[in-house]
Design a protein around this ligand. Structure first.
Ligand code: GDP
Length: 606
């Protein structure tokens, strides 16, 4: 067995599994990655980890070193593969970027859940993503040190640490685990603490961790390794067939625009002709240099990268080449072995891109969304979906005039959608000027949440403005009765006490008597409740109202044009109904809308 493992660890046999970290913001993704990296850097140079581009490589020796406390002992003999390749940028975005032909290139994931917070919106989104891409994962129940009166010990197996807790801490811990397990069940997942897991094939394992104290981190790594061995051995067989995705496009001093790629299988060589997706169509270029960061110690010496002639999977690499300005992250990169392959690969790359974009369904009405990478675009759109923000146009790349023109088309339909939401992309000056002239609004942000928040704020402001503009048009439905003992002035203005029998009476409402002969009484110009002015009176309330003649009509008089016993209603129209639906929908109850339908019939409105 030992020999077999050693043979497998030879990178000609198995490659390192690629691991992603997902979870809700602030639950500790970054800290867990930091802890994984730092522990090793601190604990001597024994098979130390290496910092790669976009990823951290944790070799088998380092794994063995970090899992010493795990029981039963987890030794290097049990590790089949050369190490773990952990993607450094946590979150949906890089997970979505790591994808080729619809399936994830990430072999396994860590879903981080703050044990004190439980499942939150992005946790659920992450679970959905993982299910969609069929990626196996473990749950790190992080911040276990925050459990009430928790006594940590990073040098012990976490099961022992849990068992050693005093009654109070143990109860608090168990209550939280139970609650999270139930929430996971609601998401269609069976889940159990890893050391109580009845069937790892059908139950998701939960590992208590603290990225601050280090509790459970060894168990987390050991579990990932065990799962990789059990579930993924065939998938991890090293193959010469290139599997390489662009994770990021970055400008680096001295190298110009470069791309950071994760090489999952196969190899890249200096001088290779590569083909990859670009915002203006496939890009064909030649690898000028393959770069990896210098080891930590040497980083302060001039230049922070080492150059390589050849790199073999699985690793994170920076590629310097010409023509990369318009490269799109989130899709596969191809290598043309011969000149004549280039045109075929261009087609393949183009097809990859169009398929990915076509898979995104857009609506007829909605905002225009732009992002720097395909993965970011997808993460952004997922987020907008949860916020109920519809989108009608999408593009990967900087905001240019053409985008503004497309977004401007919404001005004809609904100006709240004549908006470009741009995530982590440049906005061309020409484009901004055109937007200002046309009335298109561009929001540009570096984080998904800020972008969503800004648009939601804009929508609220937009709604307030529209409500203000439409206040006098949107007549609310109401039925009122005059209080016969409260007739203060019979005409011009009429001043009466009334009871709101149904619906909502607002100032600005035109009142009429629909019976026998239709009489338009006038507009409610002001109201008083308990001697104080009010704008609105709901069902059951008695108010004193002042009615001025409607513009262009003769003043009406109580007892002459209508009787105190007449039923009085608000005068609605097609236009007023539309304005209510559009801008005041939430201000009216179901019964109010029923009354609206009744009045609509009464006035013969189609
Ligand atoms: P991310 O948004 O998921 O990447 O979360 P971060 O890693 O940035 O962590 C958010 C905050 O929680 C930071 O202030 C961390 O120091 C803190 N944090 C992360 N992990 C732990 C943990 O295990 N215990 C405690 N007490 N705090 C933690």
């Amino acid at each position: 067995r030992r020999e077999l493992n050693e043979k497998n660890r030879d990178i000609r046999v198995l490659r390192a599994p690629v691991i992603c970290v997902l979870g809700h913001v602030d639950h500790g993704k970054t800290k867990i990655l930091d802890k994984l990296r730092r522990t090793n850097v601190q604990e001597g140079e024994v098979g130390g980890i290496t910092q790669q581009i976009g990823a951290t490589n944790v070799p088998a020796e380092a794994i063995a070193n970090q899992t010493k406390m795990v029981k039963p002992a987890f030794s290097i003999d049990q590790i089949d593969f050369p190490g773990l390749l952990i993607i450094d940028t946590p979150g949906h975005e890089s997970f979505s970027n790591l994808r080729s032909r619809g399936s994830s290139l990430c072999d396994m994931a860590i879903l981080v859940v703050d044990i004190t917070q439980g499942l939150e919106p992005q946790t659920i989104e992450s679970i959905e993503l993982l299910k969609k891409r069929k990626t196996p994962f473990v749950v790190a129940l992080n911040k276990v040190d925050r459990v009430f009166e928790w006594e940590g010990n990073q040098h012990k197996d976490i099961k022992e640490v849990v068992q050693a807790q005093a009654e109070f801490a143990k109860n608090d811990f168990e209550r939280r685990v139970k609650e999270i397990t139930i929430r996971l069940n609601e998401q269609g997942l069976n889940a159990a603490l890893f050391y109580e897991n009845p069937d790892p094939r059908t139950y998701v394992s939960l590992v208590p961790t603290s990225a601050i104290t280090g509790d459970g981190m060894g168990n987390l790594i050991a579990l990932i390794c065990t799962m990789c061995q059990a579930k993924l051995a065939p998938q991890l067989r090293y193959s010469e067939e290139l599997q390489c995705v662009v994770l990021e496009v970055k400008t680096i001093q001295g190298y110009g625009t470069t791309i950071d790629v994760i090489l999952v299988n196969g190899r890249l060589r200096e001088g290779d002709n590569i083909v990859l997706a670009g915002t203006e169509g496939p890009i064909v270029t030649q690898i000028r240099s393959l770069l990896m960061p210098k080891p930590l110690k040497e980083i302060r010496v001039k230049g922070s990268y080492d150059e390589f002639k050849e790199i073999k999977a699985a690793q994170g690499v920076k590629i310097a080449a010409k023509e990369l300005d318009k490269a799109i992250a989130g899709l596969s990169l191809r290598v043309a072995q011969h000149e004549d392959e280039i045109s075929v690969l261009k087609e393949v790359v183009h097809k990859d891109f169009t398929l990915a974009m076509k898979a995104i369904k857009v609506k007829d009405r909605g905002v225009y969304v732009q992002a720097s990478t395909l993965g970011a675009l997808e993460a952004l759109l997922e987020f907008f979906k949860t916020k109920g923000i519809p989108y009608s146009g999408i593009r990967v790349g900087p905001v240019v005039k053409r985008d503004v023109m497309k977004a401007a088309a919404m001005l004809e339909h609904d100006d709240k959608y004549a908006v470009i939401l741009a995530f982590d992309v440049k906005v061309d000056r020409d484009a901004q000027e055109l937007a200002d002239r046309e009335g298109v609004i561009i929001f540009s942000e570096e984080t998904i949440y800020h972008l969503g928040d800004r648009y939601v704020e804009f929508l609220e402001e937009h709604k307030r403005k529209k409500q203000e503009e439409n206040r006098s048009i949107a007549i609310f439905p109401c039925k009122i009765k005059v209080l016969p003992t409260a007739i203060f002035n019979k005409r011009d203005p009429i001043v009466l006490g009334v009871t709101v029998e149904q619906g909502v009476l607002r100032t600005g409402t035109v009142l009429c008597v629909p019976a026998k002969e239709f009489v338009e009484i006038g507009v409610v110009s002001s109201m008083e409740f308990d001697h104080k002015p009010v704008d609105i009176a709901k069902k059951g309330v008695d108010v004193c109202i002042k009615i001025d003649p409607s513009p262009g009509t003769t003043p009406k008089m109580v007892g002459r044009h209508f009787e105190v016993t007449d039923e009085i209603v608000s005068k609605i129209s097609r236009e007023s109904i539309n304005a209510c639906k559009e801008y005041f929908r939430d201000d009216l109850t179901k019964t109010d809308w029923k009354l609206m339908a009744e009045l609509k019939k009464l006035f013969d409105i189609l």
